[in-house]
Design a protein around this ligand. Structure first.
Ligand SMILES: Cc1cc2nc3c(=O)[nH]c(=O)nc-3n(C[C@H](O)[C@H](O)[C@H](O)COP(=O)(O)O)c2cc1C
Length: 343
């Protein structure tokens, strides 16, 4: 058995324990720049003892942000505020990481406390893109513009440039956001990718955008530093993305040099939410299957899953999301944790 408080080495990085903080949007940035809010949010959890701190979904382009309050790494002026936080996180012996992504058809949304609906141009919103032209639904009513090849190439390059900025800020762990119905996830799922060109149709084609992002990011992200991908390991509905698809994709990603698959789930369509079997540790079996069958490190956000993992005595690395909000610095109570595991 591997213990929660044992170190874990991935490439040249050693986490002092297997407790980490999941990326969590704070909706508190100004023009994508991190500030004192993010400093306190991230550094205090490092002080609390987590081995890994992953900063929130950070837009690779301004229009790739979920909300106007989301952080970004699309311009060099965003490096310094992140570097300040990275330095402090390292000072407290945690590994500083960041998640970068593009929100696709779920972008241009109001802050959650302002309702979270799509913003019109007058309200400060912007045009959104996706693999196809279908709106997400619910309060996200805007129709995305289907990306053409030049649009995909621009986004792939923006991921590369954001990875370079994360590197320059001193981040030591990079996670590509391909989960929760955001852009890369919506290319993967047959529920949302109805394209008929080389970016749609077959599994290989639907995975193409993500694989191009990985290759581009590797041009700037150091080879010796961990590269992770967060997937929605299943859409939880027939005809959608399945955990078997995730295993196949994890095998491809591993062959491409990815070190860890962070196995979340769902988020693709609002009408499917009632199918999610939400409960303590409900995402553990997804990560377990990916880890065993693809032979790669995994993580999974869970709900109060810490106990489930502990009873089963196979946890190797644990990250917590909202628990860190409830228990300001330490996140030590077992509720609302998520878990990373070595292969
Ligand atoms: C306020 C909030 C913001 C979140 N932001 C992100 C995010 O930026 N990227 C992401 O992949 N998941 C995000 N999530 C999901 C969490 O990372 C985590 O997977 C989820 O909360 C389940 O884990 P938990 O039960 O330990 O909180 C967010 C969750 C919350 C509550």
């Amino acid at each position: 058995m591997t213990h929660l408080f044992e170190p874990l080495t991935v490439k040249s990085v050693t986490l002092k324990n297997r407790i980490g903080m999941s990326p969590m949007c704070q909706y508190s940035a100004v023009d994508g720049h991190m500030n004192d809010w993010h400093f306190v949010h991230l550094t205090s959890r490092a002080v609390g003892g987590a081995g890994l701190i992953i900063a929130e979904a950070t837009g690779i382009l301004p229009e790739g942000r979920i909300t106007p309050g989301c952080t970004g790494l699309w311009q060099d002026s965003q490096i310094e505020p992140l570097a300040r936080i990275v330095k402090a996180v390292k000072q407290y012996n945690a590994v500083p990481g960041i998640q970068i992504g593009h929100a696709g058809r779920k972008a241009s949304a109001a802050l959650p406390w302002a309702g979270g609906a799509h913003l019109s141009d007058k309200e400060g919103g912007w045009d959104i893109v996706g693999p196809a032209d279908e709106a997400f639904g619910g309060a996200l009513t805007k129709k995305p513009k289907p990306l053409d090849k030049a649009g995909i190439a621009r986004i792939v390059s923006a991921f590369r440039d954001s990875a370079r900025r994360a590197r320059d800020a001193g981040c030591e762990w990079l996670e590509i956001h391909a989960a929760h119905g955001y852009l890369l996830n919506s290319f993967l799922s047959p529920l949302t990718n109805t394209r008929s060109d080389e970016y749609g149709g077959s599994f290989e084609n639907r995975a193409r955008a993500l694989m191009e992002v990985i290759a581009a990011v590797q041009e700037t992200w150091p080879e010796n530093l961990p590269l992770a991908v967060r997937l929605s390991a299943t859409d939880w509905v027939d005809g959608g993305w399945s955990v078997d698809d995730s295993v196949m994709l994890a095998q491809k990603l591993k062959a491409a040099g990815v070190d860890l698959i962070d196995c979340s789930s769902g988020g693709m369509r609002p009408q499917d939410v009632s199918h999610y079997p939400v409960g303590p540790g409900y995402q553990v079996p997804l990560a377990e299957k990916v880890r065993h069958e693809a032979g790669i490190h995994t993580g999974q956000p869970m709900r109060r899953g810490f106990w489930g993992i502990r009873r089963r005595r196979f946890f190797l690395c644990n990250t917590a999301g909202r628990k860190f909000f409830y228990s300001a610095a330490t996140g030590t109570s077992p509720a609302a944790c998520s878990c990373l595991r070595a292969r």
